[in-house]
Design a protein around this ligand. Structure first.
Ligand SMILES: [Zn+2]
Length: 196
């Protein structure tokens, strides 16, 4: 027995009607970056189905170097495997979703942050950098951080969103933009039925 046992039973139900999905571009043409908080599961909040969108989650949904590295690799992989399949020659949009009542918000308090640093061995500066006290502010910071990264493909756009855990509503706060460069591309519109 493990605590996963009841979840494995759910998986058994899932596998009975499962249809495999071939490796391809994500159907929604979106990659979601969001918090690991168990109240913020994008599959449920955004109604994602298998094959719709890759999701990167960490504390706060912050755009760390590790997140930038993953996005750079995914863009390379998508371009290498599926180049030319999209008539607009774009790859995907990165949707950064921060949320209200984030547990990282406590780290904005210097005393709490110092205690966390001493207890975990993490640096106080790193903990401060991960704090989401105001999701509107941090999502703007992270959209800019990703857009200005030299590792971001010019075929990848970035948008910002805030999820309100009290209403269940995701609000788009920053429209999708491509990184600044010599040949900016117009933002693409997503298909019907997939609002973010
Ligand atoms: Zn959170």
């Amino acid at each position: 027995m493990t605590r996963l046992t009841p979840l494995l039973e759910r998986n058994e139900q899932f596998a009975r009607t499962y249809t495999p999905i071939a490796l391809g571009l994500p159907t929604a043409q979106v990659l979601v970056v969001t918090c690991l908080d168990h109240r913020v599961d994008p599959a449920i909040v955004l109604g994602l189905q298998l094959g719709d969108a890759p999701v990167i989650r960490n504390a706060g949904g912050r755009v760390t170097q590790a997140v930038i590295d993953d996005i750079a690799y995914l863009a390379f992989l998508a371009e290498r495997l599926f180049a030319g399949q999209d008539p607009a020659d774009t790859l995907f949009e990165v949707a950064i979703v921060h949320h209200t009542q984030c547990g990282t918000g406590f780290l904005a308090d210097p005393g709490f942050r110092q205690q966390a640093a001493e207890a975990t061995g993490l640096s106080a500066a790193a903990l401060e950098a991960s704090a989401v006290a105001d999701p509107h502010t941090t999502v703007e910071t992270d959209v800019e951080r990703l857009l200005t990264s030299p590792l971001l493909s010019p075929k990848v756009s970035v948008s910002g969103h805030v999820y309100d855990v009290t209403t269940g509503r995701v609000t788009a706060t920053l429209d999708a933009r491509y990184p600044p460069g010599p040949s900016p591309r117009p933002p693409r519109t997503s298909g019907p039925g997939r609002p973010l």
